[in-house]
Write a protein that binds this ligand. Sequence first.
Ligand SMILES: Cc1ncc(COP(=O)(O)O)c(C=O)c1O
Length: 359
Amino acid sequence: MSRLWSAVVRRLTPYVPGEQPRLPGLVKLNTNENPYGPSPRVLEALRAESADTLRLYPDPNAERLKVAIAGFFAADRILPGQVFVGNGSDEVLAHVFLALLKHARPLLFPDISYSFYPVYCGLYDIEFVTVPLSDDYAIRVDDYGRPNGGIIFPNPNAPTGCLLPLAEIERLLTAHPDSVVVIDEAYIDFGGETAIALVNQFANLLVVQTLSKSRSLAGLRVGFAVGHADLIEALERVKNSFNSYPLDRLAIAGAVAAMDDREHFETTRQAVMRSRDELISAMENLGFSVLPSAANFIFARHPQHDAGTLADALRQRSIIVRHFRQPRVEQFLRITIGNDTQCKTLLAALREILAAASA
Ligand SMILES: Cc1ncc(COP(=O)(O)O)c(C=O)c1O
């Protein structure tokens, strides 16, 4: 630890992202990326934007993108002034924690959830209390009935993949009119219904989404939040006190094209959902129990096989999945839904590993 570090940095415990090894032939099922490429219209937009204009700063407000996002949610009557955009939903979330979730009362989130949340609390010195998931790993709205300075969770939850129905979110919002409730919908397009439909009804609701998963743009780094204009203004105040240009020209152009190409979005998310359902049945046939998933990953355990040992055996076969050494979930593997070939390779490897272990 350097004596030159600030006191804040000394006490930080940073988030550890899933590894990104660059090995040929690797079956990479550890960070919930989309197995299909982004829309060809995105690539075209990026090429068109790679021009002399890169010498100029981008629009600090990314207005074109806010208009495209509002347009995508036109049926929910969303206006561009209700949209905030940032460099990946991680950056959007960081601003949310500082702008809307730092209060005298503790922030609430599930005990099993996105592990970046406690990291932001450490960075911004936000008190938090974790609320245990039920024995079947579900979020129970009634367990949040205590004084709080805000509530946040992913829906579907990560790393479980379990979905909370919209009616339950509505019940939570009604019960906590004086708290900001943040629904992190990184995976909502793989089987859930977005809470953006409730934004005009509840001024305390903020919904965060990303283009990293269902629009296959993890490498472009674009995320957004939708909520009441007052909540958005709070986020803009933090953003404009931190970095005026979080989205570069390429990110804005690519993200607009991605939001506009509904057909590519539909076909690829349907393909992922189909593969997920097939993978779940095949894994259950191998004896795994798999939590119900509305995401582009599954959370699975085998009653007779240790998850850490299985993850190591898969790794020896060049397949990487995510294993969390964390209470309550250390016997689970989180497996991203790959394309058909990747799913087949995974299943063949699991069959072989299980057979070798019982021989
Ligand atoms: C629940 C959840 N929220 C947010 C993110 C951040 O995504 P990004 O920063 O790529 O938008 C992730 C990434 O895996 C996630 O799992």
